[in-house]
Design a binder for this molecule. Structure first.
Ligand code: ATP
Ligand code: MG
Length: 578
């Protein structure tokens, strides 16, 4: 079982610990009153919801105090990076509602400067070229309880190191034949500080610098210097870099750089029933387990967008989960709650029937069509109303009829009267079945003309209200219903064993063909949200929906388990569920 974060849902504190640090720095006049943060993705995959947390945090921090946030592509590992990823990242950050203005940078633009910094380290005796193999380096590193030991190359002269490093760059050595290492302390209690590698040889073409380089700088060397070159004041990263902070500071201190950004760590976002690691997400894409990075079941920003999530809902979610220094897992139900809360206000309500059952109103005149008034959103009167066509033949939801209803079933049944939303009371008179299969194929009902609009003048009540569409007017559509992509809260958890793909939910996608929508939906813009009454929030699929072949995604159901929890804990956030 995943331990869920019990903090979420609490009223978000006016400030988090990073905001407090920034405020204190401003008050103390540090950095001449500037606040510059950065969001530094590696362009080796699409952004996911964890990145959204980092984006909201970094851009939010600087925006609050009139600072800047740089978008920096941390592209020093050429094997898996590409321009496609760069473009997708820009699109996703923009879509989330953030603006880096002209502050877009690439670590690969610093390659020459980084090389010079490495030469400087060699010159002052703080870096050396090592010919140990990768295995030997690991072996020499020691363990948490045992100090490492010095490489035989550690005491090479400055001249020899300068020459070897120049030759590394010139391509005179094979991949892996040697590396450049910082000369720090092989007995340092923090293993990161035991002469970390700064450069390795890698004959891989880079998507921006091509074949120009065959040596590439390591993350720990690149990141602090990139931050410094850009004048970043607060370099915010996830907790797994806590041990690397000492090295971050060592590089800048040793090179006596003119500015020294402060690294601050926070807990990464984990969501239950979800994997948030690019490596795993790539595997889902490459193995064809999902249809692509923007498959609506993916926890990527592009997946959420296609599914029908709004930037507002995601930003609100990131605000609610807060920023802490302890790792925890957030319930995916909170995300869904944030989406409902947003869509409840903005999505027009319409009628759609996912599994149609035909109803003929035997006493309704043949050929007659009425245009009935329907309210677009009771939450927002300014959204007005629309006309919905009604006729003798309609579709209702198959599950809204039961021939032998159990006690608490208040919908349609033989002899029973219910309300058709915005239309009339109808009573089921006859059930038509397929003679071979016994399946119910049609209901023959009567309607009460006195109940137009959905109210009986004699005050008689009905217990059920059904949504419907007119057979002759409804437009056909395919509707895709989604479920968690994984069956386990913590897919691939060591305790549950196995590989994370062993826990794929076979029912994560249900495709319904033959659905019928009220006619106005033929013109729905892809991604534009609607509430299908009683069924959830939906949008036309941006990838597959065409005017002649409508495809809708269910963004989220109406059932909200979080509404109550949040309401109780905050004393009032309004839930959207019903
Ligand atoms: P992954 O683990 O998914 O491969 P990453 O950390 O390698 O992610 P980067 O492109 O390096 O991906 O991340 C860019 C920024 O986003 C980093 O500052 C990183 O700390 C932050 N980030 C990545 N994943 C999360 C997460 N789950 N929660 C919060 N921030 C995250
Ligand atoms: Mg990373």
């Amino acid at each position: 079982m995943t331990k869920l974060d019990s903090r979420v849902g609490e009223p978000s504190a006016p400030t988090n610990f990073i905001k407090q640090i920034v405020a204190a720095d401003l008050a103390a006049g540090k950095n001449d009153g500037r606040v510059v943060t950065r969001f530094p993705p590696e362009p080796n995959g699409y952004l996911h919801i964890g990145h959204a947390k980092s984006i909201c945090l970094n851009f939010g921090l600087s925006a609050e105090v009139g600072g800047f946030t740089h978008l920096r592509f941390d592209d020093t590992d050429p094997a898996k990076e590409s321009m496609e990823y760069v473009e997708s990242i820009k699109e996703d950050v923009r879509w989330l509602g953030f603006d880096w203005q002209d502050k877009v940078f690439f670590a690969s633009d610093y390659f020459e400067q980084l090389y010079d910094f490495a030469v400087q380290l060699i010159r002052i005796g703080k870096a050396y070229v090592d010919h140990l193999t990768a295995d030997e380096i690991r072996e020499y590193r020691g363990t948490l309880t045992q100090p490492g030991k010095d490489s035989p190359c550690r005491n090479r002269s400055v001249e020899e190191n300068l020459d070897l490093f120049r030759r590394m760059r010139a391509g005179e050595f094979k991949d892996g034949e040697c590396v450049l290492r910082a000369k720090i302390d092989m007995a340092a209690p923090n293993i990161v500080m035991r002469d970390p590698t700064l450069y390795r040889i890698k004959r891989v073409s880079h998507y921006r610098t091509g074949e120009r380089w065959c040596i590439y700088p390591m993350y720990d060397f690149t990141h602090c210097l990139s931050d410094m070159l850009e004048g970043i004041t607060h370099s915010i990263c996830t907790l797994e870099f806590e041990n690397n902070r000492e090295l971050y500071d060592w590089v800048l201190d040793t090179l006596r750089t003119p500015c020294h950004p402060q690294q601050i760590e926070f807990a990464r976002l984990n969501l239950n029933y979800t994997v948030l690691s690019k490596r795993k997400l790539i595997e889902l894409v490459e193995k064809g387990i999902v249809t692509g990075w923007d498959d609506p079941r993916m926890p990527t920003i592009s997946g959420y967008r296609r599914r029908g999530y709004t930037p507002e809902a995601i930003r609100n979610f990131c605000e609610r989960i807060g920023v802490a220094r302890a790792d925890s897992t957030v319930d995916i139900g909170l995300m869904e709650h944030c989406l409902r809360e947003d869509l409840n206000r903005r999505a027009p309500r319409v009628m759609a029937v996912l599994r149609p059952l035909k109803v003929t109103l035997v006493n309704y005149p043949e050929g007659r069509i009425e245009e009935l008034d329907a309210i677009n959103n009771p939450e927002d009167p300014t959204m007005g109303s629309r006309r919905v066509p009604f006729s003798r033949e309609i579709f209702i939801e198959r599950e809204d009829f039961l021939e032998a209803p159990p006690k608490k079933f208040f919908r349609l049944a033989p002899g029973r009267e219910v309300r058709l939303r915005y239309a009339y009371f109808i009573t089921c008179q006859e059930v038509v079945k397929d003679p071979l299969t016994g399946e119910v194929t049609e209901l023959r009902c009567t309607y009460d003309p006195a109940t137009r609009g959905g109210d009986a003048p004699d005050g008689r009540k009905v217990q059920g209200t059904l949504h419907w569409v007119s057979v002759a007017h409804a437009v056909p559509a395919e509707v895709r219903l989604y479920n968690h992509l994984f069956t386990q809260e913590n897919p691939g958890d060591v305790a549950t064993g196995g590989h994370f793909t062993d826990h794929i939910n076979p029912a994560s996608l249900e495709v319904l063909t033959g659905c019928r929508l009220e006619p106005g939906l033929a013109a729905a813009a892809p991604g534009s949200p609607y509430q299908f009454e009683r069924l959830g929030y939906f949008c036309a699929d941006a990838g597959d929906s065409r005017p002649d072949r409508l495809v809708f995604n269910r963004s989220v159901t109406l059932r909200d388990t979080w509404a109550k929890i949040v309401k109780k804990e905050t004393g009032g956030t309004k839930g959207a569920g019903k």
